[in-house]
Ligand binder design. Sequence first.
Ligand code: PLP
Length: 434
Amino acid sequence: MGKDWSHLVDNMSNRLAPSMAKDHPNLPVVKEEGCYYYGVDGKKYLDFTSGIATTNVGHRHPKVVEAIKEGADELGHGPSGVIIYESILKLADRLADIMPGELDCFFFGNSGSEAIEGAIKLAKHVTERPYIVSFIGGFHGRSMGALSVTSSKSKYRKFLHPTGSYQVPYAQVDESPQGVEPEQYVVEQLEKDFERLFAHQVTPDEVAAVLVEPVLGEGGYIVPPKAWLQKVRELCDQYNILLIFDEVQTGFGRTGEWFASQTFGVTPDIMAIAKGIANGMPLSATVASNELMKQWPLGSHATTFGGNPIACSAANAVLDVMEEENLLANTREVGAYATEKLKDLKDKHPVIGRVRSVGLMIGIEIIDPKTGLPNSEGLFKVLDTALENGVLFYFGGNQTEIIRMIPPLTVTKEQIDEGLRMFDEALTSYEEEI
Ligand code: PLP
């Protein structure tokens, strides 16, 4: 296709469902490379979204591109369970090495939602129990099963009558009363919420699994204390319930270790992974121990495209790049640097509220300085101006809308400076306006 496709962009809202062409922002791009998008307008944009925490090794990393090309030269697609490819076996082997605990067996799918569907089905099959307990503000995807455990926005669930799950509050890290340590507060609240749940709504022997994002993603980048996640694990053990981690967004280095499970020192029984696994190629996995996975009846779950050999080749290359370029260490170092820089910006700009971060998963609140309350309108104005200045951030959050800063894990300190300078200017323009 030629470079002039402005007529297609003009007709976009007629051709694409509204969910595929949102208002904020639609940036038509012609090329992507490393930490940058290149717009059809001829401008270069620094990317602090990673395609929503997905292109962790940078856009079109040459090694990933090479692996995709090599894969496509020889292979394409075969019937699942009949044809088997080296790349999928190699990937399963290599992932087993970096997974926490006994998680060493994989069901490959195409998206995060499918990995969640798999995790729920596996837990239900193994325990023969009907219900899942998930968390208020949690986001696990929009397919019907994933939706039934998602609560991050009521609009996702409206009219869809999801069933089979109960929700309890996530760690309310900012709500501890004066004089009570947040960590102690959230752990006690969790215990009480589970007691209440099991006393009034559902009995533990009806619950197949507790499903949790180790860091609340779409729900606003809430980073719980380690003790809170450890308590979730303890409660699961106490009540003999499986624990599922949704690491779709936190996985593959985002929090500074391979998985948030390792960052927080808590191992689940089942994990859902996707996004960063293949740097943008459609791939995901439901992961469990071999022992658990063997109890999943053959044929109860399958997919036509899952574990495609080319996507698996890309995923193997992602693992190579992560290791060769030392991206876990880079994430920790540059993530800490960016967080410090944002603290300076917060001191300078009264419209910045709380900044929450782990690794390169950073959430920034924009508030009304007069009331201290979250200010969605202001947030989108800042995002639009930042984009005009040349840096792309993402947004998200349900209880409070936040700016999500999730650059590729290859990002350098210089690029953080470059992006935050444009962000700084956007904040100044907004503050001059109000
Ligand atoms: N789980 C989490 C934590 C996510 O952030 C997402 C997507 O943003 C999903 C599940 C769903 O993944 P997908 O959009 O690939 O279906």
